[in-house]
Structures are given as C-alpha cells and as structure tokens.
Design a protein around this ligand. Sequence first.
Ligand SMILES: [Zn+2]
Length: 186
Amino acid sequence: MNGTAIQRFNIVCEYIHDLTDEGWEKMKAAIHELETASVKGDDDDEPEPSSNDLVCIFCDATTESVVAAIKSGWIPSFFVGDTRQDGPVCVECCAKCLSTDERGKVALKPEFAVGQYVRVQGGREFKSHCVVNTATRALVIHTAGTLPGRLAEEYVVVDGGKHPVCPCRLRDNYTADEQAQMFFWK
Ligand SMILES: [Zn+2]
C-alpha cells in the first residue's frame, strides 16, 4: 500500500469534522507538510509506487483517491477492544463487521475477531487479513487469492491459535469437537 495515500486519508479524516475556515487551513497545512516531507526524503533510486490507491485491509477493494474514499464512507481505523487497528476499511467491510457506539467510536463487532487467513497451494503460501465470527465459526471476510495448483492447507490464525478452515458444505465431515476448533466459509 502507498503509505502517503493512507497518511493523507488519515489527515483528512482527522479534520473532516471541523469544516470551519481554520479547520480547512489546518488540514491543508498538514497535507502540505506530509507531501513536502515525502519529496525531501525521496533522494534515493527507489521506484515510485505506481498507484495512489487506498486498499481495504480486509477485502483488497481499492479506491482511487482520498476524496473518493471519504465520500463513499471508508474509514481509516477502528477499535478492537481498547486497541486501535489501522485500516483503511471499505464501506462493504464496515457494514459487515464494524459497529459505531453512541459516542461515535467505531469498533469491531463483539462476536468478531481479526486474524490472518493462510492458504498453502501449489507450493506457495497466500496470506491475508480476515474477520471471523467466533460464535458461529463463520469466516466473515477473507481474500482467497488466486494461486494455481493443489490446495495443501487452509487455516486462520486468531489470537495466536491456528484453526483449520473449510467450505461450509464440508462441515458435516468433521466431528463436533473438530468443528468447534474450525472456521467455515460460504
Ligand atoms: Zn473491504
């Protein structure tokens, strides 16, 4: 992901609620400072990122600009308990797994957990963020990737524990004890 795009997104989100002239001036100054700093630090031969897209951490959806992200309701971060987790998160994933309390704090729904989805296929390993429902054992959001070849292993890591994953239709192939440790996708 392009660090500058997400940094700019965070700045805009920070000031978007203060639409006074002073608020706009502060926001413009913060963005100017960010852009000036990134130009100054750019004296090596590292290739420029080819895209300024923001990428949803859960589903890999992209949006081409900070303005488009703000307009469509992407959010820059959310809380898991008392810990702030960096996004950004797209509108669809917000609707699926986040809720807003009466004070405006955006948090992961209490029955959900954020983990890492891993698929080993064709001798390669694919990893992405995922969201699981620990009550229903559903894999709510994951990106399966497009690796070719034979599927060797599919699992999620949640709270430090490794849990096998399989499609819902194969759920009955496992004992109740096994199912209690697994997650299932539709
Ligand atoms: Zn998303």
